[in-house]
Design a protein around this ligand. Sequence first.
Ligand code: GLV
Ligand code: GLV
Length: 328
Amino acid sequence: MKPKVYVTRLLPKDAMDRILLNCDAKVWEGELPPQRDVLLENVADVEGLVSLLTDKVDAELMDRAPKLKVVSNYAVGFDNIDVKEATKRGIIVGNTPDVLTDTTADFAFTLIMSAARRVAEGDRFVRAGKWKTWGPQLLLGQDVHGATLGIIGLGRIGAAVARRAKGFDMKILYFDVIRQQKYEQELGIEYAKLGRVLAESDFITIHANLTPETHHLIGPKEFDKMKKTAILVNTARGPLVDNMALYEALRDGKILYAGLDVTEPEPLAADHPLLKLDNVIIAPHIASASVVTRTNMGLIAADNLIAGLKGELGPAPVNPEALHNKQQ
Ligand code: GLV
Ligand code: GLV
């Protein structure tokens, strides 16, 4: 008998095949996430859950899933999961790091470049039939090469963005709660306090985890410290930035531009004030969305699931200590 699992969305085919080969899987095939009550009903008798960042996996869900051994999140971030609670109950949590690092860094750089050079605005301009001739002052933007890049949160993805920035001769500052001397040497980048990173950077890119401590890490006070020409890019999690403060900073010219792959909430309502501004590019949370990477994330999620069902650690456990808390 294969173990029962619930999968909250169709993943790329190779990942689904691996899951179906090893598990008795029920799969939610809707385009939107399962409603909370559907999710709670379906975890009642499963030993494994494959979740997305849109599924809240909290104590209530774990109460409703007495047989649950493993939660395999199809994402590198896992702020949707109460990991402490899972650990206490001996439930292993897995995520999908590493395979998406370069793809996500590519996209952070895409937003840096397209915000700097007003690519989306230019496209709207052309489509609206406004392009009359080559204009000396048309859609002037900011140079990326030679500018100062501030990285907030220097993990794997932040470091991968730094590597790209080196190719553009950028000066790189970073802030992290933990100083990363290994990367300082490898990448020739400089640690600075958050205030200095905010004040001196032409581009600020966020790669921090979302936790209660980092919620609204960038708010009104932080925007006040930034250059008027600063460009803010967020590919991490929406709630790291106070959205209203960002709106006001962009509207009032406290900063120049923003490039967002994540917002608070997701999705943004069609009438959200940010969408009325020209100086922000908003993508629908697609930084890891390349064909190859989404498949690789699925394979890791499948392996985390399958290992957890056997009471073992897969390739990317978030809370290996959960194994010690397992009740037999
Ligand atoms: C996506 O945001 C992820 O955490 O993988
Ligand atoms: C995320 O995986 C990071 O370490 O940046």
